[in-house]
Design a protein around this ligand. Sequence first.
Ligand SMILES: [Zn+2]
Ligand SMILES: [Zn+2]
Length: 650
Amino acid sequence: MDNKLDRWIEEKLQDSATPKKMITNPQGNGNQPNQANRQKKKKNHAQNNKRNFQGAHGGQLAQSQNKRHYSPKTSSGHFKYRKKPEQGNFKNLPQNSAVKIIPLGGLDEVGKNMMAIEYKGDIIIIDMGFQFPDEDMLGIDYIIPDISYLEKRINQIKGVIITHGHLDHVGAIPYLMPRLNYPKIYATKLTMGLIQKRIEEFGIEKETIMRVINPDEIIRIGNFTVRFFRVNHSIPDGVGIIVETPEGTIVHTGDFKFDSTPADQVQADYDKIAELGHKNKATILFSDSTNALKPGRTMSEKTIGETLDQIIGLTPGRIIIASFSSLIGRIQQILISAEKWKRKVFVSGRSLVDNMAIAEKLGYLKIKPNSIHNIAKADKVPPKDALILTTGSQGEAVSALTRISLNDHKDIKINIGDTVIISASPIVGNERAIFTVIDNLSKLGAKVIYNKIMDIHTSGHGYQEDLKMMLDFVRPKYFAPIHGQYHMRAAHADLALEMGVDKQNTFIINNGDVLEMKGGKVFKSPEKVETNYILVDGLGMGDLGSRTIFEREILSENGVLVLGIKVNKKTKQLVGPMHIEAHGFVYLEESQDVLEQLKQIAKKHFEKLIEKHPNPGIRNIKEYMIKAMDKETHKLIERRPLIIPVIMEV
Ligand SMILES: [Zn+2]
Ligand SMILES: [Zn+2]
């Protein structure tokens, strides 16, 4: 049927059979010479650190059992663990004159990135991400960084600087901003556009102060001078950050790779980065460790674009491409190919539609007039003329692609002869879900092309050679790998050693550890800042038992409003009365009136939702109710508790 394409794929496969394996092996299991060693290190480390775990996913997230007992207020001490001293020196320094660097998240995990830097009473924050939970944490939607340390110092916070618009860097902004009294946010244009959208969804756009930065400007925030350098990543407009103080200079890469032919044509600021090394300026480098186990360099976006273009050109039938909604460069390449091969483009998936609109409005995506068509009409054009862009590359339960694979999508039904291209790699933990989707699509008669078959995706995070290049450019005196689980950071530390960073000067630190920088020297402080897991949003669907996942202390610390909504499994209509429970509001608990009022309001909002969107997904219900009730509680009681809708299907 499509022999040309098959033949071409086979040829390509023969070309790249060996390196492919490395590229698609997310953990690099067993491929690395030092792996066994690292695993051992990791184990020792875990024994010393109760918050570390060695789950099936290599310890990506805390085991839920442990998490259940996390409490910002706990004084029982089960989480106050003793850590063995690692690399680096301990020294008690006078705190007032040293710069303190405190990672509040993003270590021992990929997600919830956040770092605080404090100097002479002023604090700046880099990134505010959240983390999607593990599969075994049913119903917990997000994990956000613990900000107890910052909450005690609200008046000292001078600004929040964001490296780029991915959710593991911006996702917690709407949750944390109100708690920190809305410090000013600094971000590049596209990043700010994406932040703005979330801020609006939470109804806090009036309170939020946003300052769009140009990566070439130098800004003064409190006692800090801040500069930026452009980096390549899987979303446009990403920057690394240089924080200058009289005690030394901190370089934070954000997420990055080097790509001399990136999809968005914007080059990394090689000159600015190299100047740091040249002038011996960088006291300490914090660098992205996500792919520290992968040898070689990341493949260029241009190569991926060309491969996709070939596939699009050679495919005789309808094409459905699933990718990440923030991969604007990839989307641009696909739009250009679609135009070249005279295909009409249809877009399915809310986040994709939203992000494309934001990127187009801000000039990061060029869409030719009349090139995008209403998804409802996708069935009306001949298959050879249609290209459908969709979300769901991770097999997410409520995504467009998953619905398509279950033959449950309103507008798109798979026909024999359709080709589905998954232009993404599974994020660790999503493999099973994505393979189920691939199987289901195949059963319906689609040909599925994904990254294990050929290179139709490249990572946004630098491989070993990119990381070495960064180290070589910056030539830091001290080094701290960030963004990744312990074994990734350990591998990155090895690279740094190779690149000439003194072993004594490399810190493999934990969330909540404190580094102190003074007179161009960096020390690990014995101080430890609280970094418990803070869980946000939903509970197990229909499983009341999982309510206990939230310990009362967490509830009281955060202030939580739980909405119990029983719905008909098929129609999603409300069954019986709505339940409402408040925790952590002393006054509220006593005030049945307010609760009764909130209950009525919640009911009204729910009914409005069903009226506007009959049969919404569970996630949509949750999102809608959170948004609506967040506004309402603010109006009614001037508080912003975490809203937790518990949806039970009966
Ligand atoms: Zn990123
Ligand atoms: Zn990231």
